[in-house]
Design a protein around this ligand. Structure first.
Ligand SMILES: *[C@@H]1O[C@H](CO)[C@@H](O)[C@H](O)[C@H]1NC(C)=O
Ligand SMILES: *[C@@H]1O[C@H](CO)[C@@H](O)[C@H](O)[C@H]1NC(C)=O
Ligand SMILES: *[C@@H]1O[C@H](CO)[C@@H](O)[C@H](O)[C@H]1NC(C)=O
Length: 512
């Protein structure tokens, strides 16, 4: 920072103090938003590549045409097709039991699953669902409502034969608000729903509340409905909500479409400056639409710290992560009892952008690949991202593809930004999820439902491979290819307790 003579010393001192206090007052500064804003503090020595020989091999890679065409070819038919209409004639119950209200916490995708479960619970109880209330998440700090994210009218109309939904609580129950429940013990609040509660639990515990008061407010509600032992029509209804009733509001869809269009029609020589590129009108008919891959990359400080792995940022980084771990989880991170090498050997360390780049290069993505980064903040900023970018110069994200004006409506709103990434991710030719979590689960399921290619990194293979300092590029490449043959989106049937939103077959799909 240059100091000009007209800046008052007090002001400078104040700014300094502000910089020190900022992370305390604004904790979310460390979490979402902006793919690579450098941290305020240099707590890591600019990270260096950890796998230099492999990186060199990857930069000079030549990918045979055959491997590339296999990679980009769509997933073959798996013998399953979407199947969500109930076999019974859809019918609304004769007698309504009352109103169900839910308050949903978590990020966008956790809330998404909560909405699906809320519809299912309303159906089980023959109740009318009030459009769910989305809580403001302390980390993501986005106060967007259901209607700011999802198309409410579409939601209600798609489900109109299945359950009854109202946008707002009727006037006689208008006292039933979040504030009302926050300020005392209330008879209409159901607080005790166990995780993965059964249908019977709701019939035994919530139905009486509905019958006495005409309303039941369930909170907390995340993950409060089991995945096993539910009637088939309820399972299908959950999928119908997830895959059909929940669509984003039009401005998110439009922004998503814009990004997808720009990805498909990226100028092949990406030399134009940002401004020229944005103004350029690409004629749809002029050139064939290109394919693109979405990489979901979550490598934020939470995740890095929680893993207790070493990411090569030296002692400063190790100390910073250990401190962060201590503050957030008070030493309750199991991983910290293992050495870095043990964790890596077991595939328990999140892949760094460099490692993901090596993985993608080995799989056969060449340096003309249009790669869209669906990601929030990356711990380590530009320096870490740069290794990935070196291998994939045509790497884009929301910020690089759209202008500030185009992003104005979603800027700073974590849920809306996540919605845009979700939209682009569902439509990509290939989706690679490098990080576990709700977004990963949601997209795995949605793409399985649509039979789209999804590559899941084989952590147990990659951990030991990256530990081995003497492995050469071609051997690495071969091992990676062999280890990912069956991890490209082939149908996996849901097991007993697994989520129907991650594994929609067989409950929500029929054999084709
Ligand atoms: C819901 O409605 C259906 C059909 O009218 C009925 O068979 C079922 O017993 C009702 N269940 C409850 C909990 O009211
Ligand atoms: C891609 O790789 C080829 C050959 O390895 C090289 O000639 C070319 O310059 C690279 N393109 C970019 C954009 O880096
Ligand atoms: C590392 O890779 C080399 C070359 O494939 C192999 O010979 C060696 O056994 C590997 N080392 C370990 C510890 O796996």
């Amino acid at each position: 920072m240059k100091l000009s003579s007209n800046q008052h010393p007090q002001r400078i001192a104040f700014l300094g103090l502000f910089a020190i206090l900022l992370p305390i007052f604004v904790p979310n500064l460390f979490a979402p938003l902006g793919r690579a804003s450098p941290s305020l503090f240099s707590e890591w020595n600019a990270p260096r590549p950890r796998h230099l020989p492999l990186l060199e091999g990857a930069i000079n890679r030549k990918t045979p045409i055959k491997q590339q065409s296999e990679l980009w070819s769509p997933l073959p038919n798996q013998g399953w097709k979407p199947c969500i209409e109930s076999k019974n004639i859809p019918s609304l119950p004769e007698k309504f039991q009352g109103f169900i209200q839910v308050f949903l916490d978590g990020g966008l995708n956790q809330q998404r699953f909560g909405i699906c479960d809320a519809v299912a619970v309303a159906k089980i109880l023959n109740a009318t669902l009030v459009i769910p209330h989305l809580e403001v998440n302390p980390v993501w700090q986005d106060s967007s409502s259901f209607g700011d994210i999802f198309d409410v009218d579409h939601f209600i109309s798609v489900l109109s034969n299945d359950i009854s939904i109202v946008k707002e609580m009727p006037r006689e129950y208008s006292w039933s608000t979040r504030e009302y429940y926050a300020t005392g013990i209330r008879a209409t609040r159901v607080k005790s729903a166990p995780v993965h509660a059964s249908a019977n639990w709701y019939l035994e515990n919530v139905l009486p509340v509905l019958q006495s008061y005409g309303i039941a407010a369930i909170s907390p509600f995340s993950h409060r409905l089991a995945f096993e032992n539910l009637p088939a029509n309820i399972q299908r209804l959950r999928c119908k909500v997830n895959f059909q009733a929940l669509v984003f509001v039009s401005h998110i869809k439009m922004l998503g479409e814009t990004l997808i269009h720009r990805l498909r029609y990226l100028p092949s020589k990406y030399q134009a400056s940002q401004a020229e590129f944005l103004q350029e009108k690409v004629d749809d008919a002029a050139e064939g639409a290109g394919k693109f891959v979405v990489l979901h990359l979550r490598f934020d400080k939470d995740m890095a710290a929680h893993s207790a792995c070493n990411f090569g940022g030296g002692k400063a980084e190790r100390l910073a992560l250990a401190k962060y771990r201590q503050v957030l989880w008070q030493g309750r991170v199991l991983n910290s009892q293992y050495t870095d090498e043990e964790l890596r050997g077991q595939g328990r360390c999140p892949l760094t952008p460099e490692e993901i780049g090596l993985l993608l290069a080995a799989l056969g993505f060449d340096n003309n690949t249009r790669l869209y980064l669906a990601s929030h903040k990356v711990y380590g900023g530009e320096a870490r991202i740069s290794f990935l970018q070196k291998l994939f110069p045509l790497m884009e994200d929301k910020k690089s593809l759209a202008s500030a004006e185009e992003l104005a409506e979603v800027e700073g709103k974590a849920s809306l930004l996540a919605a845009v990434d979700y939209y682009v991710s569902v439509q990509s030719d290939i989706f690679v999820s490098a990080s576990p979590g709700n977004m990963h689960n949601a997209l795995l399921g949605h793409r399985a439902y649509l039979n789209l290619k999804t590559i899941r990194p084989n952590m147990l293979l990659l951990g030991p491979l990256f530990l081995n300092g003497s492995i050469g590029w071609s051997e690495f490449q071969q091992k990676v290819i062999d280890g990912h043959k069956n991890r490209q989106g082939q149908t996996r049937l849901r097991k007993q307790k697994q989520s129907i939103y991650t594994y929609p077959a067989p409950d929500c799909m029929c054999q084709a």
